[in-house]
Design a protein around this ligand. Sequence first.
Ligand SMILES: Nc1ncnc2c1ncn2[C@@H]1O[C@H](COP(=O)(O)OP(=O)(O)OP(=O)(O)O)[C@@H](O)[C@H]1O
Ligand SMILES: [Zn+2]
Length: 443
Amino acid sequence: MDVTVKELQSELAEKEEEIRRLKQLLNMREDQEERLKVYISPEVDVGDKTYHERLSNADISRYSRQLILPEFGVTGQIKLKSSSVLVVGAGGLGCPAAIYLAAAGVGKLGVVDYDEVELSNLHRQILHTVDRVGVSKSLSVAQSCFRLNPSVLYIPYQLQLNSTNALDIIKSYDVVVDATDNVATRYLLNDACVLANKPLVSGSALRFEGQPPPPETVTNCSEGGVLGVVPGIIGSLQALEAIKIASGMEPSFCQRLLLFDGLDGTFRNIKLRSRSKSCSVCGEKPTILKLIDYEQFCGAGATDKNPDLHVLSDSSRISAKEYASMLNDRVPHVLLDVRPAVELDICKLPHPALNIPFPLFNKNISQVASQIMQVVNDQCHSTTEQPDGSTIQVVCVCRRGNDSQLAVDLLQKKLLSTGVNLVDIRGGLYSWTKQVDADFPTY
Ligand SMILES: Nc1ncnc2c1ncn2[C@@H]1O[C@H](COP(=O)(O)OP(=O)(O)OP(=O)(O)O)[C@@H](O)[C@H]1O
Ligand SMILES: [Zn+2]
């Protein structure tokens, strides 16, 4: 009897959620099979065993505008129809890539993503919809593509691609499109595609810049921000390249890197060095003969979700609720907001704050510390009941409660002798919304 009712309830809820998802997937596949049947049935009528290798009348109408392209033509269409493409990542790049691959008529389209749709995805992940918030992204992309072109076979994979499953999944596709957002997965895909001998079309898009091949990225959208149309452009270019490869046309970005700057609207096409003989994956004496642990190798997770840091001891942290009572009781303090200035325009706590963006702490902690002491001292003078500087609290806040801890940690070391009491708000503005004010925006 060591399992509590609560634990059982939550396990049941989890299982029910899983069942709900499986049912949804099943429905979609049944629906798809039904439609495919309709599509393929003329095979019997025509009595032609090679029907799949020919185009139906519906195909000819649907793809007519690309069939009349001399470089593509019926040969290209048939090749495309008998090919398969795997899109890894159903986000900002994956959505445009997948929809154009589906529209163009690839035979089989696999879509990998472990994550679920969030409202903050919709400005750029254009295949998801408001009513699919909380639904699996890979499923959502497959559903949207299905609506556009039901003759394609869609295989959604609701999982995180890693070294244990990558080769197994990749092996049944002809072309792989990297539409992910983290370094670990980029390395994984690179090595997996070399080992499996599959062409990889890489792309990335951050802030205003985008690039198809090769893998290279440092920040991510939730940290750096991105205008939705930029991944739209890059993901479309990835689809174009994948279509060229799958249909037997000449690829454009073999040993080339295309850079796009959305702010000044320019493209740069850079020639890459040819394959290095000493490369550890594709060189003459490769040392990487099977997939390794890429999260460990990169020192970064294969998701862009930052883990919660635990830098400060409990005594240096207060909850959002506790801060709300401090405001309520008018406890004198200095509120220090360490977010970038642009984020202060989005929302602020209901108390005047000193804004010093976190990067400045690493850059010049002495200057930051003296700026804070100045404000603390000013506040002491104006607060008659609190003549002693050491009783003024400095409360540090950021968006999620990671930077605020690092900032307090740096300050504590610097201001040790002053006796100033430094704390951070556990979980940042995010917890403020959760614990104090449900109307406070999250971003
Ligand atoms: N190893 C992986 N396996 C499966 N999916 C992955 C993997 N790595 C990244 N992804 C997926 O790739 C997609 C990248 O898209 P994008 O960065 O536009 O979305 P996001 O991470 O949801 O956005 P944001 O950064 O704003 O939270 C995400 O949906 C993410 O879940
Ligand atoms: Zn190499």
